[in-house]
Design a protein around this ligand. Structure first.
Ligand SMILES: [Fe+2]
Ligand SMILES: [Fe+2]
Length: 223
């Protein structure tokens, strides 16, 4: 009976923990989010699928602009809204507020500098997006203004790509090595509590619909 209760509890956490809820997951591989063996590492890693899609949308919007195809201020602001809400608030805040302090706690000073570097990169990423939002305000003021938007957008994409690869190469394997299964489960519980507290109901669905629409709208500028 106790085992069944634990299994149900674990599954219910998994349903709510990933930033994109099960019913709205687009990629097939997300289906294994229903698997109760999923770890906190895998939850964070799965969120990169959506992150990469959003970065591709930003790249496509920049290509459109470069090729003289119209992209409205509103479209860029929608992309910025998704980046702030999904990549920064949903994903990076889990790392900043929960994962990094937890790792510091259970692993002492191990990889302290590395975790500090990742934290600083999140700060820089948010700064870049603030710059992008500023540049987007002037998007209709000629070629130079458009160039500024695409320059900042591409710098952000490059920066995030490097950050993601670093987490895939170093952070996630390290987490898998040092965290016990129980510690992974504690983290999942913390992720779930944070999402419940900070992220409004329906927000994931809203972003998923926006991502799908923008992929279709800007797909013509994919290179
Ligand atoms: Fe991450
Ligand atoms: Fe990160």
């Amino acid at each position: 009976m106790k085992k069944i209760f634990i299994a149900i509890t674990i599954i219910s956490y998994l349903y709510a923990s990933a930033c994109t809820p099960t019913t709205y997951r687009i990629y097939e591989e997300h289906k294994h989010a229903e698997n109760s063996d999923l770890s906190a590492t895998e939850i964070l890693h799965l969120e990169f699928d959506t992150t990469r899609r959003v970065l591709q949308i930003l790249e496509n919007a920049s290509n459109c602009l470069d090729n003289g195809k119209p992209v409205s201020k509103e479209t860029f602001n929608e992309i910025i809204d998704i980046i702030n809400g999904f990549i920064h608030k949903c994903h990076q805040e889990k790392e900043d507020r929960l994962l990094f302090p937890f790792l510091k706690n259970v692993r002492g000073g191990e990889k302290k500098d590395f975790l500090g570097q990742l934290l600083m990169e999140h700060v820089s990423a948010r700064d870049e997006i603030r710059n992008l939002a500023g540049a987007v305000n002037y998007i209709y003021q000629g070629k130079k203004a458009k160039k500024k938007v695409t320059k900042i957008a591409r710098a952000y994409i490059k920066f995030m790509d490097k950050h993601i690869r670093m987490e895939e190469k170093v952070l996630f394997p390290w987490m898998n090595k040092v965290l016990t299964r129980d510690e992974q489960m504690i983290l999942i519980t913390k992720f779930e509590a944070m999402e419940k507290e900070d992220i409004d109901a329906g927000v994931h669905e809203k972003y998923t619909a926006m991502i799908e629409r923008l992929e279709e709208q800007l797909g013509v500028c994919a290179e």
